[in-house]
Write a protein that binds this ligand. Sequence first.
Ligand code: GDP
Length: 421
Amino acid sequence: SEDKPHQNLAVIGHVDHGKSTLVGRLLYETENVPEHVIEQHKEEAEEKGKGGFEFAYVMDNLAEERERGVTIDIAHQEFDTDEYYFTIVDCPGHRDFVKNMITGASQADNAVLVVAADDGVQPQTQEHVFLARTLGIDEMIIAVNKMDLVDYEEGRYEQTKDEVEDLLNQVRFDTDSVKYIPVSAFEGDNVASESENTPWYDGEILLEALNNLPEPSPPTDADLRLPIQDVYTISGIGTVPVGRVETGVLNTGDNVSFQPSDVSGEVKTIEMHHEEVPKAEPGDNVGFNVRGIGKDDIRRGDVCGPADDPPSVAETFQAQVVVMQHPSVITAGYTPVFHAHTAQVACTIESIDKKIDPASGETAEEDPDFIQSGDAAVVTVRPQKPLSIEPSSEIPELGSFAIRDMGQTIAAGKVLSVNER
Ligand code: GDP
């Protein structure tokens, strides 16, 4: 698996347009449906006296497992093409999808947008496209799904395609390399093999289009940043912070600093997949042990970095935000919870500096009194407790956040600059 580049793929689109079914179809066609799901399906099919291998059965088994909250989840599944290893990052519909998408817990390189031909562009289609654009998804493949429900009519495909094109133009998504593919996730048309039902279509099928995506931009060559997810005490070893390396390299022997807790020490051991390793790189989930650091010295939300280039801690920061949904208006003084990497900190929006035209990025109004749903703005933010965060231009992996209030994600943003403590 080390020989092919990796792609994190987001599958986005309005509820019920067929995202899960399409992911299931991709796993099925690339022979990546988990073995025990296939076994269970075979047993069921035999019991019912049905031979063969029906996709619907597999989907039922996947859905059932998902409902039971067991191992299988459409998100975090993997499949490969000739060129790439794909990991499906959170599917929308997942409770925390929007938040995860924004905070980088599941940063996607590229996306498949699923739009049902019988339903067209819907509110969540718009929301997800808007987010994809704001968060810098590079390429988008548009799966015009459920073609079987519109009798594989070219006209219905073209109509849906036009609607999506309008939407992409509205948010100024670069449409040059966007591909549109008429598919049926349920029937399998144009997913892994060319469909006889769409003789009018001669473009790439979905797996081809995925295979032909450009390689994701390499991770930044920034210094080590490792947000801490949890801190354990393990007998015989001591304090073990765990987390995922976002940028840089963690080596044994390194002198590291945890911010904002502001403690430092030497890395003694690093463990990955229950094995000791000499170093960890971006994407690696590790537990490690640092000389002289106790369980209460550090916590979730800290960021580990080199002692000679410690993670930034913000007194205030300026950010560009996009308001997705808020029942009323947002004014200076508003103090919701910001979710950035593994940290959750109440932050006050100290000032709303300017309103921006979300499409062009140009200033629409200086010092507005308020912002509301659909607005983009530059704001100055004051964390109510120390928060480690970085300018998105320097370390994008640590430079974005979601704003949550009343159980929903109300806005997303990127850090423009940090005024350090
Ligand atoms: P999600 O909410 O976007 O993940 O949508 P699902 O994958 O759960 O699909 C919603 C419903 O649409 C389910 O009943 C699927 O069986 C059905 N569905 C999905 N794709 C297709 C398709 O290509 N054709 C037809 N006829 N039904 C589909």
